[in-house]
Ligand binder design. Structure first.
Ligand code: ZN
Length: 400
């Protein structure tokens, strides 16, 4: 543990990037007392000498303070990689171990909060009942400095025939959707995850009215609805139904992004997935190499990029995540997502906002991804300027 992790510490004369401005704030000193932000000073100002007597000082010169990041789309129980789909079927006891490793990796990478948007069910020994594995993790990690705060969606809810059988809660008839939502919330889910890619790629698995009933049921209980959507038909219905977040949003058209904007639907971008898959052309022997696969991947990247630019141009609120485990990236790759967002046309301050306070807003945790006096002192010191060089987010020097 570094001095930065002490109950009291003063970081002196660093820069600050908080996703609010296109320019760094320089000469920033940040005082931590009792694990909370006691104050922020800028332009070389500092707390009074009497206030910081005996407080350990870290010279932050040349480093940039970045608020603890928020991964808005993660699957902590899975390892990701070239065979990410196969790995989700590993035994639950092994997945719990993977999750412990992933939790540690996140904190080291400066990611303090995460939305776990889907995990399989298992027999949870802690509560003596069946429930989603991410609820177990959330409860086990509560109060641990070396694990992120989790908000967990329980298990995915899908229309029967959409995905691997046995992994999700499968709804045979749309009328059962509300029951499934309530069941997940009864088991302790913080939010609900609904799958909008249906058995027929050209058709949404639920109507807007059916989905709206599910959204209302969740909202009545104070929970949000996150919906997985890669295909246009489902995404359109999700936007109309007023889901809280569309996860991925690979295929979007102008009409759909305008409805998202009007209904306050946040897009949770997962753009690094495509960078990760592009790399597999050279590192794997399987489904990603060869001319046909590379052509397919390039076309997908093109579609996702165009949808993202459309949503951004129309002013849709954008948060972001790794999709680690549910896709090929690994748990500690959120910096890569910021790079992908900037390459996709997003201003760097907006990309940083997407992985900090925008994520906090979506989670409904106002202090997540923000540094405010009296709030939790979770931040990193990175080497460089994330506003001109997003890759500096990989260069975490110290974090707490
Ligand atoms: Zn996912």
């Amino acid at each position: 543990m570094s001095r930065l992790n002490g109950e009291r510490v003063l970081v002196r004369d660093a820069a600050l990037a908080d996703g609010r401005s296109s320019r760094l704030t320089l000469g920033v000193s940040l005082l931590v007392e009792n694990g909370l932000v006691a104050g922020l000073w800028t332009d070389g100002d500092e707390p009074a000498a009497a206030q910081v007597r005996d407080v350990p000082v870290i010279d932050g010169s040349g480093a940039t303070i970045v608020p603890g990041m928020v991964d808005s789309h993660a699957h902590l129980a899975f390892p990701g990689g070239g065979r990410w789909v196969e790995r989700v079927l590993d035994p639950p006891e092994e997945l719990v171990q993977v999750a412990e490793e992933n939790g540690e990796l996140l904190v080291r990478a400066g990611v303090r909060w995460a939305r776990d948007v889907g995990a399989p069910r298992w027999h949870d020994p802690d509560v003596g009942a069946d429930r989603a594995l991410n609820l177990t993790l959330r409860d086990r990690w509560q109060g641990r400095a070396d694990r992120p705060y989790l908000r967990a969606a329980g298990t995915w809810i899908s229309r029967k025939g959409s995905m691997l059988p046995g992994l999700m809660i499968e709804v045979e008839h749309a009328a059962d959707l509300v029951t499934a939502v309530n069941q997940q919330l009864d088991e302790g889910a913080d939010l609900v995850k609904i799958y909008l890619d249906g058995p027929d790629p050209a058709a949404a698995p639920f109507s807007a009215a059916e989905l709206r009933a599910a959204v209302e049921a969740a909202h009545e209980r104070g929970a949000k609805v996150a919906a997985h959507g890669t295909l246009l038909a489902g995404n359109r219905v999700g936007a109309e139904a007023g889901i809280d977040s569309l996860e991925h949003g690979n295929e979007l058209d102008l009409d759909t992004v305008r409805v998202m904007k009007r209904n306050g639907v946040t897009l949770v971008a997962t753009m690094a997935v495509w960078k990760s898959r592009a790399g597999f052309a050279g590192t794997t022997r399987g489904d990603f190499s060869g001319p046909a696969a590379e052509k397919r991947e390039a076309a997908l990247r093109e579609t996702v990029g165009a949808s993202f630019r459309l949503a951004y141009a129309e002013g849709v609120t954008i948060a972001a995540g790794t999709d680690s485990g549910g896709g090929s990236p690994r748990a500690n790759h959120l910096a890569w997502e910021v790079e992908a967002l900037v390459e996709g046309g997003m201003r760097a301050e907006d990309a940083l906002a997407a992985v900090t306070w925008r994520g906090g807003d979506l989670m409904g945790v106002p202090e997540a991804g923000r540094l405010v006096a009296g709030g939790p002192a979770h931040f990193s010191l990175v080497h460089g300027d994330p506003l001109s060089d997003p890759a500096s987010l990989w260069r975490v020097w110290l974090t707490r």
